[in-house]
Design a protein around this ligand. Structure first.
Ligand code: BMA
Length: 334
């Protein structure tokens, strides 16, 4: 590999399919998409925008499950191969000693989780309803059975909270996208820092929409991948068509030590909704990545993305090829 994956892990069992013959795209779809159908568990209306991590030699994850009352909740799930999943019928019940935030969880909602191993545990962030308004929830687990909740990171309104996989300096770092209480016809990516996962500050703007495919809003997707070129961040970008929002995803590279500084940013999307399962569903034309597995030895990346707010799919790429593509389709930022 021309680039190195830093602080990564060997993942010889990463779910993988080679690029199909004749495919010239940097990212290609798994041939058996969608890998998680909407009705995988008995009560589910849809399972999408979900996060997956390596766990005990296999895989675990936190899944956005909307039930048939259309309540949005997060469920834990397990898989031997990253393709076939068993998802708990019951949603995650957070252990939370603070009566104020615990109470909000009883009747509020949670969706679009991200998950990352930092130091000694798996951290989970998600869009958490606080008295009916979206903000960023923060919690952790060691075993995907017991889940502990901390304070919300921010005041409402905010979505797409994505942690970096290590402290930078002596601080945890979180990307987020301030929003409104509706479908948010705007959205820039910001970064905040914390010494204790509770108090967040030193906020910086990371990026705003620039190109037509992301002209309405954008937000971070999977946990950033550290490479010798900087942080590789897949992010979703949204355009407004005559017929509604269209969610595609692309990638950028952020500076290693000052990750609010964009080094390169791909002018083109890497994957846009084109397959029937991405274009037809509860919300048409949505490809929304929330997790990426990466094997440090081969640079293979498997991206989990929600399709049409209905089901979950996989796409594949090589870190080196994505970094090269982003660099060669970007202006130089600094
Ligand atoms: C966003 C979130 C996502 C969803 C997307 C498209 O605001 O609700 O969960 O995938 O809209 O509907």
């Amino acid at each position: 590999m021309g680039i190195e994956i830093l602080n990564g892990i060997s993942l010889p069992n990463i779910p993988w399919q080679d690029r199909p013959e004749g495919c010239i795209d940097t990212i290609w779809r798994c041939g058996i998409n969608p890998i998680i159908p909407r009705g995988l568990i008995s009560g589910s209306n849809s399972i999408f925008n979900s996060a997956v991590v390596p766990f005990n030699g296999a895989f675990a994850g936190v899944f956005r499950v909307d039930d048939k009352a259309r309540r949005m909740a997060i469920h834990a799930g397990f898989s031997e191969d990253g393709l076939n999943w068993t998802i708990n019928e019951r949603k995650i019940e957070w252990i939370n000693d603070d009566p104020e935030t615990a109470k909000a969880n009883v009747w509020d909602y949670g969706y679009d989780p991200r998950c990352v191993w930092i130091e000694d545990r798996y951290w989970i962030t998600w869009c958490n309803g606080y008295h009916g308004f979206p903000t960023i929830g923060v919690g952790w687990t060691k075993d995907f059975r017991e889940f502990h909740q901390l304070e919300n990171a921010f005041l409402p309104f905010n979505r797409n909270g994505v942690l970096f996989p290590r402290k930078i300096g002596d601080e945890y770092v979180l990307l987020s996208r301030p929003s409104d209480n509706g479908h948010t016809p705007f959205g820039d990516m910001y970064l905040s820092r914390s010494k204790d996962m509770t108090y967040w500050g030193r906020h910086r703007l990371v990026m705003q929409p620039e190109m037509p495919w992301e002209s309405l809003k954008l937000g971070a997707g999977p946990i950033p991948i550290e490479t010798s070129e900087g942080w590789l961040v897949f992010y979703h970008g949204v355009l407004q068509s005559c017929n509604g929002y269209v969610y595609s995803f692309g990638a950028c590279i952020l500076d290693s030590e000052e990750p609010w500084r964009v080094k390169y940013r791909c002018e083109e999307y890497l994957l846009s909704p084109q397959e029937p399962y991405e274009c037809v569903g509860d919300v048409p034309n949505v490809a929304f990545p929330c997790a990426a597995l990466c094997d440090k030895d081969t640079g293979r990346i498997a991206i989990y993305y929600g399709c049409a707010d209905t089901c979950t799919s996989l796409a594949f790429c090589y870190a080196e090829e994505v970094v090269e593509y982003v660099k060669s389709h970007s202006k130089k930022y600094f």
